[in-house]
Design a binder for this molecule. Structure first.
Ligand SMILES: Cc1ncc(COP(=O)(O)O)c(C=O)c1O
Length: 464
């Protein structure tokens, strides 16, 4: 029998996207009060009827979150979600396909494969020779890339550990790279001192000449330049590192070239923005998160590599209890990825791609880039100072009142939060001042929303 709570959830799925504009974007509860209230409300001593419980939790969700799907959430890379992707995610929850082995979920495996092949082609990879997999997110994809690089360049370490290596493997990032590499250095046992921070240029991108000098110096000390990471769409400033030059330097030193395009990879689907990613096709591996700019729910990362055999070396483990491989043309994800049991992460991405089509995705991405350009223009016109030169829609900005010490980015940010109508963040750019950061994360952000943010900022700065 259909449970009424399922119908209630279906009604919420249909109603919420239209309701969200009326909700405050920001919610900042007192943590102790919230914890205590929930602990006294939910003791789990008695069973609860599902329908009223569902009603209550829906009400709590509506009022108890920073709404990242709100068109005036100008935040971290958390997108609004396409209805098609929500459908895909709901079906994944319902059918609970097990993606560890091909034979348990053939139809989902093949839909994921088609989706990944389409994105691989947009990146400039040959879909027939690359390997690609869905991950929980960008951090896992970056980890998988690092482990594949290690398996490829230092195969002896997979048996005898890093201690068996005569040369210490080094990873090259910039100060603007994502900090998942710090965790990765710990998780892999490489150690955080194996992370070399390459200086950045005035444009906030990695300086490839400095990368070359650092790799040369490390090699002469007996270290192994293992991997260079170029970021396509930096987290703080939305900049794209010079991928062709990084590819050249990595090739010269025999290092693995990883492109972290967790957010910026989406530019591959826009004919207008695709040239920004030129050189990405030379990367040995690429991270691209669908749950950043492809407007699908978390978590849906993707890892692509031109070296399927390196993934297999890194992750293949024999076990008698897993079902046998189905055929030579299929591969079992648990043998070539870090995860074992895996959710049907790609189903929602397939749904979004199929519903929008490639042209629809291009329009959605270009609209957001256009809203970013509009925000830069409007902020500048209103006396704010935009400090980054990104084509992708991340805007870093400050104000003369901040520069001359009348107020701070933190005070402006907090005043915006207190008003509740928009969400922005602040960020410390490498070697630069602390600035405010606004990113267009919703395909439903329109010029009036941009104007509303500028209005909020002007109101707040007017007090100083
Ligand atoms: C450039 C970049 N790489 C990797 C990540 C990590 O991705 P995730 O949060 O999906 O693990 C992020 C997150 O913002 C990012 O901006």
């Amino acid at each position: 029998m259909t449970h009424p709570a399922l119908a209630r959830v279906a009604a919420e799925l249909a109603a919420f996207p239209a309701l969200i504009r009326a909700l405050p974007v920001v919610h900042s509860p007192d943590p102790i009060a919230l914890r205590e209230e929930l602990a006294s409300r939910f003791t789990f001593a008695a069973a609860e009827p599902l329908l009223p419980l569902t009603e209550e939790i829906i009400a709590r969700l509506r009022t108890g979150l920073i709404h990242v799907t709100h068109p005036r959430y100008y935040g971290l890379f958390n997108p609004s979600v396409r209805p098609a992707a929500v459908v895909g995610d709901a079906l994944a929850a319902l059918y609970n396909p097990q993606l560890a082995v091909w034979s348990h979920a053939p139809v989902v495996q093949e839909l994921e494969r088609l989706t990944l092949r389409t994105f691989a082609a947009a990146l400039g990879y040959d879909p027939d020779t690359m390997a690609a997999h869905f991950t929980s997110g960008g951090a896992e994809a970056n980890l998988a890339a690092t482990l594949a690089a290690l398996a490829d360049r230092c195969p002896e370490a997979s048996v005898d550990g890093l201690a068996a290596l005569t040369r210490r493997p080094m990873i090259y990032v910039s100060g603007e790279s994502h900090h998942s590499f710090v965790k990765i250095a710990r998780m892999t046992g490489l150690g955080t001192s194996a992370i070399r921070e390459v200086p950045i240029t005035d444009q906030l991108v990695m300086d490839p000449d400095a990368l070359h000098r650092m790799m040369t110096a490390d090699a002469s000390l007996g270290h192994l330049p293992l991997m260079a990471v170029g970021t396509a769409g930096t987290t703080s400033a939305g900049m794209v590192d010079p991928l062709p030059a990084i590819a050249d330097v990595a090739a010269h030193h025999g290092a693995w070239f990883h492109a972290d395009a967790a957010w910026g990879g989406a530019a591959a689907l826009s004919p207008r923005l695709r040239p920004l990613l030129d050189g990405i096709e030379r990367a040995d591996s690429i991270t691209w998160d669908a749950h950043k700019w492809l407007s699908v729910p978390m978590g849906a990362g993707m890892i692509f590599t031109r070296h399927p055999e390196a993934m297999a070396k890194a992750f293949t483990v024999a076990s008698s209890y897993m079902p046998p491989a189905t055929s030579p043309v299929t591969s079992d994800p648990h043998l070539v990825t870090p995860q074992w049991s895996r959710r049907a992460t790609g189903l929602k991405v397939f749904f979004a791609l199929a519903e929008l089509g490639l042209d629809g995705y291009a329009r959605l991405i270009e609209h957001q880039a256009a809203m970013g350009a509009l925000l830069r223009e409007r902020l500048t016109a209103e006396g704010w100072i935009v400090v980054n030169d990104a084509v992708l829609p991340v805007v870093n900005f400050t104000h003369p009142a901040i520069r001359d010490g009348r107020t701070t980015t933190t005070a402006v940010r907090d005043a915006i939060y207190a008003r509740g109508n928009a969400w922005i963040s602040e960020v410390q750019l490498t070697g630069r001042e602390r600035v405010l950061r606004a990113c267009i994360t919703s395909y439903e952000t329109m010029p009036e929303d941009v104007e509303a943010l500028v209005g909020e900022l002007n109101q707040v700065i007017g007090d100083w």
